[in-house]
Design a protein. Sequence first.
Length: 389
Amino acid sequence: MKGAPERVDHYGEANVAKRSAQRRVLTPIMSRRGGQANKLRVLCMPGVTCWDIDYFLSFEQTGEVVALESDPATAAVIRVRAAGLPVVVHEQSTTEFLSTTDDRFDVVYLDYFANFNQQVEIDVQILMRRRLIRRRGAYAVSFYGARESIVTQARHRMLFEDLDTLRPSNESWGGMSRNRQRCVAFNSLIARLRFCSLFVSEPSSANRAFVTTTVPKWSSYATSNCDMLLGCFSVTGYSKHPDRRKVFRSMDGWYVRGRFGIRRWTVSTATGFSLMQGGAAMDAVWGARVARFYRRNHYTPARVEIGAHIRNWQAIVRGVGLCPRVNATDAEIDAEVMRIVERDGYVTRASLKKAKIGQRPLLVREGLRGVCRRLGVQAGASRRRPIAQ
Ligand SMILES: C[S@@+](CC[C@H](N)C(=O)[O-])C[C@H]1O[C@@H](n2cnc3c(N)ncnc32)[C@H](O)[C@@H]1O
């Protein structure tokens, strides 16, 4: 989309630590779920950067990405950038979408512009109550490690006290760092799913529901304004019976201490490709995306339709044997015409227009019939101006 902001500029320097943390947390989640017969359905909030879409679609096992965006202008940008990809964009808030959808997800990654507030708390509970994460699915969340309202702070403390009553941490709330308090409060919410029915007022035990998960693991990174906390866990099962055992076994995990402490990401130590640095591995990912776009839309995408920041764009397009949108050689135009003929059996003005090569100098110079004669292929009739055979 013209005028769309460049993706990598949004997070400035902090982006490096953010991307590093995201990859370190999300890559094990995705890798563990590779090689399955069924493709994964992923839910995320990619924002204007669309980083999440790029990232999740770089895994073969991803079948569909569902993108949530409450801001209409951002949703419009996401739609343009995701055109031709297996991405469904919902212009809705998380809470709205989660309350109404019938979809089930293998991976949920919600990257909030918020602290651990009531909405984040309600969203995760809706996900669990409605069993929107499949068994063995994963949930990852990031929120600000920044000052909350007094009400939210009180809520965090209450969550901690609930868990602490059941199994004392032998620590005082005030003795923990603020970020740790936030993570412990979130963990308390998740720990409770094991032994407090999701449907608390449900009189029939047959309708009670409990969720078991792995212990959430926490990372943090700094942005220009504040810390961000990034946590993840897997859903191991849904049951009608409470299960307190694991919570009681791994108290360090639930209380985010010892080897389960918050892991701090300061610089990029990412393995694999880096969107910011580019590199051959990333060029191959972009190349695959360009080729897939072409297969679906029958024209070479403009750079902005895949990712405004991509470097070596012409080389990537040429690398997958397609005709660049600017400065294409005559041979590349001929090859595009031959691809049209392979698909349709003939070539028309309309198909040249669709392939976005109708006005290229070669075609203006030689005309459709001239090119077809030279290449020995059939020119079909366009609706507007029939061409004699
Ligand atoms: C932090 S940004 C996403 C950044 C992206 N994940 C990345 O790593 O570059 C969050 C995006 O989700 C949208 N958003 C935040 N909270 C939301 C909510 N509760 N429901 C729907 N969209 C939300 C924001 O408008 C924003 O575009």
